[in-house]
Design a protein around this ligand. Sequence first.
Ligand SMILES: Cc1cc2nc3c(=O)[nH]c(=O)nc-3n(C[C@H](O)[C@H](O)[C@H](O)COP(=O)(O)OP(=O)(O)OC[C@H]3O[C@@H](n4cnc5c(N)ncnc54)[C@H](O)[C@@H]3O)c2cc1C
Length: 282
Amino acid sequence: MYDVAIIGTGPAGLSAALNLKLHNKSILWLGSPALSRKVGLSEAIANYPGMETLSGADLNARFTAQIAAAGLEITDRLVTNILPDDSGFSLLGGNDFYQAKTVLLAIGSAGPKALEGEEALLGRGVSYCATCDGFLYKGKTIAILCTDPQYHHEVEYLAQLAGKAYLYTPYKEEVPEGAGLERLPFPIRAIRGEGRVESVLLGDGSDRAVDGVFLLRNSVAPATLLPGLELEGPHIRTARNLSTNIPGCFAAGDCTGRPYQVAKAVGEGNIAAHSILEYLGK
Ligand SMILES: Cc1cc2nc3c(=O)[nH]c(=O)nc-3n(C[C@H](O)[C@H](O)[C@H](O)COP(=O)(O)OP(=O)(O)OC[C@H]3O[C@@H](n4cnc5c(N)ncnc54)[C@H](O)[C@@H]3O)c2cc1C
């Protein structure tokens, strides 16, 4: 049982992790070791006190060095479900369960809205994890939505297994190529099926018959992640100390609202860490 599970490896998660580490708390830090794609995309960050203008890629490189120097470890998992229980929280990341007394959601701005049919068909042909469920689709037809190039190795893995794989990516970077892999020209709008996935509906109104759908995203909608979490529009509702409506669950950074800025994310990560210390001390 960890003192705290931090979800998200952007500036908010890092700021909280550094502070909680200084207070000797046991930390489970879940997210991508590649850190925030959003930070990495920023051409120039010119408004962070104490630092000359630098690119987001350079800032991420500094974060990586700081993480190593602080002895912090990142567990490379996308968290798909959090359940409050008597002793704190159970978290599902990939195929693994974790337990923590408190949770910090540092998951970035407004996670994706679930696709129509996604929640109803989850586990019935809809999967978030290629490694966990890919083998079920050997020789079959699947659709893949991939929202981050960091998952291209999973796309390749799925394409090798499946007989046919339709791929949609919302970005322009090159995607893996291979026999049986077809890039879709229109986004996936809905997942359809009676009790099991049967097809995906595309943005042009056409559909493709599929046996399964893999959603390889770098985030999960907050309401799907932690059912019962109060939202304010697309953001997580928090008090001034960054507690949410669920006792022991805190939120920081872009996920709590605008402005979407590194300085605000870092500041909130710091506040949330101190609120978590206070909560654990009670
Ligand atoms: C192009 C661009 C330019 C920008 N320029 C600037 C600028 O000049 N100055 C400035 O201050 N800000 C800038 N920003 C904004 C800045 O990048 C964000 O405000 C900042 O990254 C927010 O930090 P965060 O930690 O809240 O969220 P993020 O940086 O978004 O990090 C959240 C992390 O959590 C991960 N995550 C989400 N859900 C899960 C889950 N379920 N399980 C595991 N991990 C999960 C995400 O993959 C992500 O890595 C820019 C943003 C963009 C896109």
